[in-house]
Each structure stands twice: as structure tokens, then as C-alpha cells.
Design a protein around this ligand. Structure first.
Ligand SMILES: CC(C)(COP(=O)(O)OP(=O)(O)OC[C@H]1O[C@@H](n2cnc3c(N)ncnc32)[C@H](O)[C@@H]1OP(=O)(O)O)[C@@H](O)C(=O)NCCC(=O)NCCS
Length: 242
């Protein structure tokens, strides 16, 4: 399928297995560059998604890999997550993420018509894309409570924050599309446009507020436990580039 951005956006299959490594590498380096957390994925996991037909992959007209996203199911299929969205840096800001998210959303609706579709993100771009598809922001209590899903956050740098909030909140904003009870995309899009200034400020406040206990802790036992200290330093590095 050819889009207006001259990208091919395909449902991934066996022929794409060799791209799993570059996809994982880009996910990790993009998270580091943004200074945000990420649930790490292995190339084998990405390959499994390709084999199952539960991923979308994009290439430019010369066959260069350009983007990716995949589907996960939780709570015995009650929930579907569209995860691991990544666009290669050279192809950003051209509407590719939007096109990939649309394709994976359509695939999710086709494979799991009854499931609630959700995503977690720290980024305004993804919040905007989700809003255009009809997702609305929700509290974490409306997401799957499947332990296996939350276990995926263990590899994220913010996991300590998630657990200190008893899994009720963290740096990410949760968004959900419920096929049985949802606003129309025009409504969620309008909501986002009206509130995006506030949402952006809230994302910043959230980061500042959630980090306070960790900063205090850092001051209090400054000189103790080298292992803990190095852990905190990496947390600080992630958020304040120290
Ligand atoms: C986030 C990401 C997927 C966006 O990809 P992209 O192809 O550049 O996004 P698009 O061009 O489709 O942009 C979609 C919308 O978001 C906006 N946008 C894109 N990047 C943005 C940013 N950094 N900040 C705010 N808005 C942004 C675009 O302007 C566009 O809005 P428009 O419709 O008004 O033009 C890409 O930057 C990326 O891969 N980042 C690293 C991984 C990541 O953050 N993944 C998301 C995990 S939840």
C-alpha cells in the first residue's frame, strides 16, 4: 500500500525477520535520546510478532526500513495494546507515525473487534495521533490489570516510580479506545486540540512531581550505598541530563 508520504506500510511477516535487530536498536537509542523510559523488547519478541501477523512495518520507496509497531493482547483478549511505535529518525515529522498507528489500529479492530485498545505514552505526538483515532485519556485503573503487562515495565527506568504509585500512575499517560463505549474521533481530536497546552504542562508537572521523592532521597543518603547511588544517578541522568 502506497501512502501520500511515499512509504509502504505493510503487515509484517516472515520476510521481515531480519529487521528485528535494527528495530530494537532504534527503540533503545530513541528512548535514550529523549531521556525517557521504555519497556525493552528483544529481537526474538519482535520476530514472533512478525510471524504472527501482529505487527506493522514501513519502508521508504528504496526499501529502507522506516517504522514499526506491534499488537499485544492482555487479560485473555479483553485488552489490546498497540506498542513499540518507532519511526526511524530520518523519516520523522512526515506523517509516518500517524499512518502506522492507523494501520495497526485497523488491524487490531479486525483481529480483535471486541477488545479495548490502549496505549501508554510520554509523548505529545502519540497523544495527538491517538486522539485522532478516537482514544481518550484514562486512569491506569481502566487499563488491563494483567500482571504480565505491567511486568513489561520492569525494564523501564521509571519502574520504581510506577511501583511507588502502586501501579496507579507513572510518567506515561494512558489512552484507551473502547469499541462498546467511545467518543467519535472528531470529538477526541477536538478535545486534544483544545487541551493540548494544558496536557503539555501536565506532562512536565508530572515529571517534576513524581521525581521529588527520589530527589529528596538522593539528598538524604548522599553518601551511602554505592549501588543505590549509581541507580539514582542514572534516574537523574535520564530526566535532567546530569
Ligand atoms: C513519536 C514518533 C513515533 C513520531 O513519529 P513521526 O513520524 O515523526 O510522527 P508524525 O509525523 O506522524 O506526527 C504526528 C503528529 O505529531 C506531531 N509531532 C511529531 N513529533 C512531535 C514531537 N516531538 N512533539 C510534538 N508533536 C510532534 C506532528 O506534528 C504531527 O501533528 P500534525 O498532524 O499536526 O502534523 C517518533 O518521533 C519516534 O519514533 N520517536 C521515538 C520513539 C517514541 O517516542 N515512540 C512512541 C512511544 S509511545
Amino acid at each position: 500500500m502506497e501512502t501520500q508520504q511515499q512509504f509502504q506500510i505493510l503487515i509484517a511477516n516472515e520476510t521481515h525477520l531480519d529487521f528485528a535487530q535494527i528495530i530494537c536498536d532504534e527503540m533503545l537509542s530513541s528512548a535514550k535520546a529523549r531521556g525517557t523510559g521504555i519497556a525493552k523488547r528483544s529481537p526474538e519478541y519482535i520476530q514472533q510478532k512478525m510471524r504472527e501477523g501482529k505487527a506493522v512495518i514501513a519502508f521508504n520507496q528504496d526499501g529502507i526500513w522506516a517504522g514499526f509497531c506491534y499488537i499485544e493482547t492482555w487479560s485473555h483478549g479483553e485488552y489490546v495494546a498497540n506498542s513499540g511505535l518507532i519511526v526511524a529518525p530520518a523519516f520523522r515529522k512526515g506523517g509516518l507515525a500517524k499512518a502506522i498507528k492507523k494501520k495497526i489500529f485497523e488491524l487490531s479492530r479486525k483481529l480483535y473487534p471486541e477488545s479495548k485498545i490502549f496505549g501508554l505514552t510520554t509523548g505529545l505526538a502519540v497523544m495527538k495521533i491517538n486522539s485522532e483515532l478516537g482514544y481518550e485519556p484514562v486512569t491506569y485503573s481502566e487499563l488491563t490489570q494483567d500482571d504480565a503487562f505491567w511486568a513489561g515495565c520492569k525494564s523501564c527506568v521509571n519502574y520504581e516510580i510506577l511501583m511507588s504509585k502502586e501501579r496507579k500512575n507513572c510518567m506515561c499517560t494512558a489512552m484507551l479506545y473502547d469499541p462498546k463505549d467511545h467518543y467519535e474521533p472528531e470529538e477526541t481530536k477536538q478535545f486534544f486540540e483544545e487541551k493540548k497546552g494544558i496536557l503539555e504542562r501536565l506532562l512536565r508537572i508530572k515529571q517534576w512531581k513524581f521525581l521529588q521523592p527520589f530527589l529528596k532521597k538522593d539528598k538524604e543518603d548522599n553518601s551511602t550505598k554505592m549501588v543505590q547511588a549509581s541507580k539514582r544517578r542514572s534516574l537523574l541522568q535520564y530526566f535532567f541530563n546530569l
